[in-house]
Design a protein around this ligand. Structure first.
Ligand code: MCF
Ligand code: FE
Length: 412
């Protein structure tokens, strides 16, 4: 049994309990007791440590990230979704070269920011070995896309192969899931095929949905940017949208889903998604860079969606640091009380995504996994605005525990 403590513990439990001079008694499986540090001291502890001027939070969860694109720094174009997608199409293969080095660094960068758990979108399984061997808890979303019938058999074979490989690697820290890339990039036949697999195997599903105005126009009228996209990249003159918004959402009736982005929902779409077993993941910096807009967080609240934030990949972000993401969200929503927003944001990267990813983490309470992030925050003992100052000041973890084990991030 081990005991750690700190000036402040933010538990992220249902009452948002904050404990001053708090302690956590835990073993490698789970948290045994949470309370005041002094009350938890006892004989025969394997390890005892108190972190002065520090905050302990549940280790953070980044529920939407594309590790395979970690090589991108300034290759891709920002400011317009169409230009970004064109630049992805032109640079995808070269961005995936030497990917192992970049993915490894991306895993470290994630952990340095306090992340213990990820929802990784994988298009070619290039990240499979590194992620499955890492200390991270991983929901590994095997992505499927394709619109050209000539390739359906090979797309299915490749998808099956990746799902099979990731299933073989499953354990308590690694689960297999499925990602349908988006309505503009996936034929109906392939979508049904992937959804059936998800339902049969009880796998979580993720999909990008209504990320851009271009996508909305395409789904509503089969016109605009995507018309030229299909002509230019696939030599198709008469391409049409494969779905209406409604028929796309219908696909997800019988599975649990993470809808990512959702920047262009109308009232009807909000109603439809709220009837599904689904959450919405928002990637604030990615949305700013590609689409010049932020997710309608207040509307989501009206529809009782828990707020969930993630970084997306380096393909649409300048870092994978969840604390930078949190600060972006903090500054983006200027109409919301800043102290309340700070709490919402912390829950958006702990308790809220944890509920859907089901790794039994995201909250510091008895019975939950021993996954903690510890941050040094100067003078945190004396502030009344604890969560706000945590989000403003925290940059890198002092220590990260996953399954009760202190992670040696630099030597990973
Ligand atoms: O979420 C962002 C923006 N929207 C869509 N796709 C991606 C994002 N970051 C990376 N991607 C990947 C996606 O998974 O880019 C490729 C896919 O493999 C797009 S190719 C149409
Ligand atoms: Fe994405």
């Amino acid at each position: 049994m081990k005991l750690i403590g700190a000036s402040i513990i933010i538990t992220c439990d249902n009452n948002f309990t904050i404990i001053k001079n708090g302690g956590i008694l835990f073993d490698n499986k789970k948290i045994i007791k949470v309370g005041k540090f002094d009350d938890l001291k006892k004989d025969k502890l394997e390890e005892v440590q108190f972190y002065n001027s520090c905050v302990i939070t549940p280790a953070l969860i980044n529920s939407h990230i594309h590790f395979e694109f970690s090589k991108n720094k300034s290759t891709l174009k920002y400011g317009s979704f169409g230009e970004w997608l064109n630049s992805i199409m032109d640079n995808r293969d070269n961005l995936m070269e030497d990917s192992q080095t970049y993915i490894k660094e991306a895993i470290k960068e994630s952990m340095r920011s306090g992340v213990s758990c990820v929802g990784a979108i994988s298009s070619r399984a290039i990240d499979l070995d590194l992620l499955s061997h890492s200390e991270l808890k991983v929901m590994f979303f095997n992505e499927i896309m394709g619109t050209n019938k000539d390739y359906f058999d090979s797309i299915k074979d490749d998808f099956n192969e990746r799902v099979k490989k990731s299933k073989l690697l499953e354990d308590i820290n690694f689960k297999t899931a499925i990602a349908l890339h988006s309505p503009y990039s996936l034929d109906i036949e392939l979508a049904h095929y992937a959804i059936k697999k998800a339902i049969d195997n009880k796998m979580l599903v993720s999909t990008h949905f209504l990320e851009s105005k271009e996508e909305l126009t395409w789904l509503e009228s089969s016109s605009g940017y995507f018309k030229t996209f299909f002509k230019h990249f696939f030599n198709k003159d008469n391409a049409k949208a494969n779905y209406s918004k409604e028929s796309f959402l219908e696909l997800f009736k019988k599975c649990e889903t993470l809808f990512v982005h959702c920047l262009y929902l109308n009232n009807d779409d909000w109603d439809k998604i709220s009837k599904l077993k689904a959450d919405i993941v928002s990637c604030p910096r990615s949305n700013r860079l590609l689409n010049n807009r932020y997710f309608n967080f207040l509307k989501a609240k009206d529809h009782k969606f828990p707020f969930i934030i993630a970084t997306d990949g380096k393909s649409s972000n300048n870092s994978l640091n969840m604390l930078d993401e949190a600060r972006c969200a903090l500054f983006a929503y200027e109409k919301y009380n800043i102290n309340n927003l700070a709490k919402e944001i912390l829950l958006a990267m702990t308790k809220n995504p944890a509920k859907r990813l089901k790794f039994n983490n995201g909250i510091i309470e008895r019975g939950k996994a021993s996954d903690f992030a510890i941050f040094h925050i100067e003078n945190v003992d004396s502030t009344e605005q604890i969560v706000l100052n945590f989000i403003l000041q925290a940059r890198e973890v002092k220590d990260l525990y996953i399954n009760g084990k202190r992670i040696d991030i630099e030597n990973y």
